[in-house]
Design a protein around this ligand. Structure first.
Ligand SMILES: [Fe+2]
Length: 211
């Protein structure tokens, strides 16, 4: 995930507060046309959502981050992710999809990686998913680490930069919350176990959904 250097030119980043309902309507409208990285970036960089609108979508698990669905259709999904102190994702891909993330509370670290080599590159030649996984030799390069604070930056994943992990280290001293958009929705991804030199597909699910 890279911090996008793209800024909406005519507006103060995150300067306009709108309700979560309105935000969802705008995302839904954009999802009816051609979805580009820039189009969603412009939307995300423009708006800020009141904390009270997001509060009803929060849930917490001491052992892991929680994925809380706000909106989904065939083309796009919006979710709130809650990170207890010390939670960390495995190193993972995004199934060839595009993703946009904004931290709304606390501070997260994003580590971006690039796969240099694996011993099953042919497993990426598959329709509908990014890779069937199953490699037993994986060479991964850490490209950089970003520290992200609330409403300060847009982080993205795309077809070029798809591997990262996200951490809320204990030294940050508290929970964090982030807003994520994915297009198309991501129902599974590849996770990497670098210590044991393995990768595998993992199904993704939601901890909470709208009523
Ligand atoms: Fe991710």
């Amino acid at each position: 995930m890279e911090s996008s250097s793209t800024q909406a030119s005519s507006v103060v980043p995150f300067g306009e507060t709108i309700s979560l309902d309105q935000y969802v309507r705008e995302i839904e409208n954009l999802s009816k046309g051609l979805i580009t990285k820039q189009a969603i970036a412009d939307l995300v960089l423009r708006y800020r959502i009141p904390a009270e609108d997001l509060a009803r979508h929060k849930s917490w698990n001491p052992a892991k981050h929680t994925r809380n669905l706000i909106f989904r259709n065939q083309m796009i999904e919006l979710m709130l992710i809650c990170w207890n102190s010390g939670t960390v994702t495995p190193l993972h891909t995004h199934n060839g999809q595009l993703g946009w993330m904004v931290v709304v509370e606390g501070t997260l670290l994003v580590e971006n990686y690039r796969m240099k080599n694996c011993n099953k590159p042919e497993n990426q030649q598959v329709v509908g998913i990014d890779c069937v996984a199953g490699a037993t030799e994986i060479d991964m390069e850490l490209l950089g680490t970003e520290k992200v604070t609330p409403w300060s930056a847009l982080n993205t994943v795309d077809k070029t930069q798809t591997i990262h992990r996200i951490l809320n280290p204990p030294e940050h001293g508290g929970p964090a919350v982030s807003l994520h958009i994915y297009s198309q929705p991501i129902d599974s991804c590849v996770v990497f176990d670098m210590e044991n030199q393995r990768c595998a597909r993992r199904d993704l699910s939601y901890d909470t959904k709208p009523e």
